[in-house]
Write a protein that binds this ligand. Sequence first.
Ligand code: PLP
Length: 429
Amino acid sequence: MQRTQSQDLFEKAKQYIPGGVNSPVRAFRAVGGSPIFIKSAKGPYIYDEDGNQYLEFINSWGPMILGHAHELIEKAVSDAIQNSFSFGAPTRKEVEMAELIVGMVPSVEKVRMVNSGTEATMSAIRVARGYTGRDKIIKFEGCYHGHGDSFLISAGSGAVTMGVPDSPGVTKGVANDTLTAPFNDLPALQQLMDANKGQIAALILEPVVGNMGCVLPNTGYLEAIRTLCTKEGIVLIFDEVMTGFRLAKGGAQERFGIVPDMTTMGKIIGGGMPVGAYGGKREIMDCVSPAGPVYQAGTLSGNPIAMSAGLAMLRYLEAHPEVYTRLDEVGNTIAAGFKASLQKLGLNFTINHIGSMFTLFMTDQPVTDFTSAKASDLPLFGRYFQAMLKRGIYLAPSQFESLFFSYALEDAHIQQLIEANEEALREVI
Ligand code: PLP
């Protein structure tokens, strides 16, 4: 497989863009080699600058749940651009979008559109702080909530009552207001809450984690968190940027039957355009300017092209529940196929999956939190990734990411993935 165009572009990119990419994980640092530069994509396939075709399981890190360049979304966007690209003023489409989201997502009574998942989470914690009059937040080790300062806090330090800046540029003051706890560990969470009684504005989590690889909540874990937050007056925020409209039309909260106080959204909600949103209980959302005193704004928020793409996507998902039945079936078939191959090869690696989220961890121990995720054999994952790429399978270039399956996958594609996986594992172990 020739990749000279991609290699040349990467060399040039490094001269003008930090690290040659506009988002770090794209640089393939975790798996070695140089990134492929994408030219186009259609359905389940993506094509690079050298003309190579890959069956793809990143799907723009989640948004392309129907596969690439779906005709409904293409039409919505091409119709919308006839009316100009941005007005910076209210539009009918924003109202339709808000009404649709409120109808689909159980916790959302009012919603504000923003431009990314990062903006959604940053805004949500500001609102939670304004609403409660408290400063601290709790997040979980290994959960990712975008690149807002408050969320870039080191996981793993034993000092769970005191955050440590994970990235230069995050001040100690900000870090001190972010408390971290291990995922799936209720006693540790209870301890953290007891030690900071009356000071915690919000607890934010990915109800199913995608950002340490796919990690599921233990049975009863989300219920217990809901109960604790209610008891302590803490705003419970589900970050459903990844899981929203993916695990069910109403996200993980619908799938698990747990209603948070606020929800952050992104990815699928924009149909591939840059969009995010945050919403929740009316009483909380009415704190947001101009209804209330918590300021949050955006020149391009509710952009008409993005709203058109997102509306077409969400309307389709709302009207077609069979998408979710099929995606569950796809996930289960792939998991069964991978398990059969692992058995054949005498391997006992861990597979975590739910619906269309999936991670094969290179460890034979269960993966339930960040510490167990980090026990994976990362060099082996790097070799496996390259072996899959060589076979025309484009996976997320990191062990600490979930794969996303799309509705465009047909049974033959699934078999292709299962066979490539077995061959790649045989090659690298
Ligand atoms: N929250 C979660 C759960 C995410 O997975 C991400 C991105 O991957 C974000 C927030 C940030 O979203 P964005 O990259 O659109 O800023």
